[in-house]
Each structure stands twice: as C-alpha cells, then as structure tokens.
Design a protein around this ligand. Structure first.
Ligand SMILES: C[S@@+](CC[C@H](N)C(=O)[O-])C[C@H]1O[C@@H](n2cnc3c(N)ncnc32)[C@H](O)[C@@H]1O
Length: 223
C-alpha cells in the first residue's frame, strides 16, 4: 500500500487573527456562515491574509482539490492501493477513505472540507482530526520509507523514485500541498530521502498523478 501525504497543505478554516477583517466578514455574509466556519481562500481573503505568517503558503484549497482529484482518479487508488492523507499547515489531518469519490465541483468540495475541519460528522468519506505530520507518520501511516519530493531535493527521475517506492514494504511519499515555498525543517526531519524529479517547480497534482502512473507501470511489469 502506497501512502501519499499532501504535507503542510494550504487548507484551513479562517484563523482567529483575521476573522474580523473586512474581506473575511463580507465573504462570510455572502456565504451566510460565520468567519470561523469557512475555508481560508486567497481568492476572497487576499487583503486580510497579508497579516498572516507564512501567507504565501496558505489559503489555496483549490490546489488541494485538484490534487485529490488527480490521485483519486487513478487506477492504483481505485483498486484500493493508495492511502491518502491531507496534512494541513495548521496541523490537522484529513483522512480520505479508500475509494472515496471527491466531488468534482469545487463548491461541494469546499462544503465537505469545511464540515470535516469543523469536526462535524461527515458522510463517512473524509474525517479530520488534530495531528502534526510527525504524529500522523508515527501513529497512523507507520512507514518503512519516507520520500519527500521537493525542488530542493537530490536530482533524480520519477521512474527511480517509483522504483524505490515499489521496493519498500510500507512506503510513504510527501508532496507539498502548498503553492510556493518549501517544506519546513520539521517536515524535512521526517524524510529518509528528499528528491527532485525536475529542475522546475511543478504543480503538486502533476507530481502526484505522474508518480502514481510510474508505480502502476512497475506493478504491471512485475505481474
Ligand atoms: C507547487 S510545488 C511547491 C513549490 C515549491 N517551490 C517546490 O516545488 O518545492 C508543490 C509540491 O510539488 C512537489 N514538487 C514540485 N516540483 C517538484 C520537483 N521539481 N521535484 C520534486 N517535487 C516537486 C513538491 O512536493 C512541492 O512541495
């Protein structure tokens, strides 16, 4: 089973320190929900986000949505061979049950994530809980190998990464669920390998779906 963790993802409810900002208040009125109950989204909260720490890495739930769609549409995932987790920048984990169909509509995805992050019982598809990445790996994933993917990593190929992953007993791949910036030192400290699959920074959904495709090809060749 391959575990894929979107790490430090730009998915969170609006944090307390900007809940009274005009951009957030007007968006919450428009949506008919309290500021504490809606996802932080740079498209609507840009001016308020300027005050946030690490703002450039936050407020992009759309990137998480696209990446989850890319992973959950693959044969490897549909066959139940991928365990998928979203670790967020505010140390929550959203666990996606095997074979879950993520809504293609962003509005429905947003509603699903807001409900999960608020701790409301969901439809059994996704469940959120407070957890650091370290706790997630130690208590839930329990990997035998952790490969972090980053432009700051050792240059290699995606085929080689897939080879390492396929050879491991319980492999886990960390992909950044954020738009720019790099993994924190705490995340880097959890990796056994840090690898770069292209000199350019690529979108997380491209990296995730291509990795899975390479693993699928190896599985097919070894059958
Ligand atoms: C949009 S990028 C984040 C930007 C960041 N500058 C970077 O590429 O590391 C999202 C994630 O995709 C993965 N990624 C993107 N380009 C990569 C590359 N060339 N090699 C390995 N992983 C990459 C990393 O996990 C990264 O955190």
């Amino acid at each position: 089973m391959l575990s894929v963790v979107l790490a430090e993802s730009a998915l969170e409810l609006v944090p307390r320190e900007i809940q009274k900002s005009p951009a957030v208040v007007s968006d919450s009125r428009r949506r008919g929900a309290a500021p504490s109950e809606i996802l932080l989204d740079r498209s609507y909260h840009h001016s308020a986000m300027l005050r946030l720490k690490d703002a450039e890495k936050r407020g992009r739930p759309d990137l998480v949505h696209v990446t989850l769609l890319s992973v959950t549409g693959t044969p490897l995932y549909l066959d139940g061979n991928v365990a998928l987790y979203v670790h967020t920048c505010s140390d929550q984990v959203v666990e996606i049950s095997p074979r879950t169909r993520i809504p293609k509509s962003y509005v429905r995805f947003r509603g699903l994530m807001e409900k999960a992050l608020r701790g409301e019982p969901g439809e059994g598809l996704v469940r959120a809980y407070s957890s650091s990445l370290r706790q997630l790996l130690r208590n839930v994933v329990v990997p035998s190998l952790v490969v972090g993917l980053s432009v700051q990593g050792r240059p290699t190929t995606l085929e080689a990464v897939a080879g390492e992953v396929a050879a491991a007993r319980q492999p886990c791949v960390l992909i950044g669920g954020f738009p720019r910036g790099h993994f924190t030192g705490a995340t880097l400290g959890l990796t056994d390998e840090l690898e770069r699959i292209d000199p350019r920074p690529l979108e997380a959904h491209v990296v995730a779906s291509r990795l899975i495709y390479e693993v699928e090809k190896l599985q097919r060749a070894n059958r």
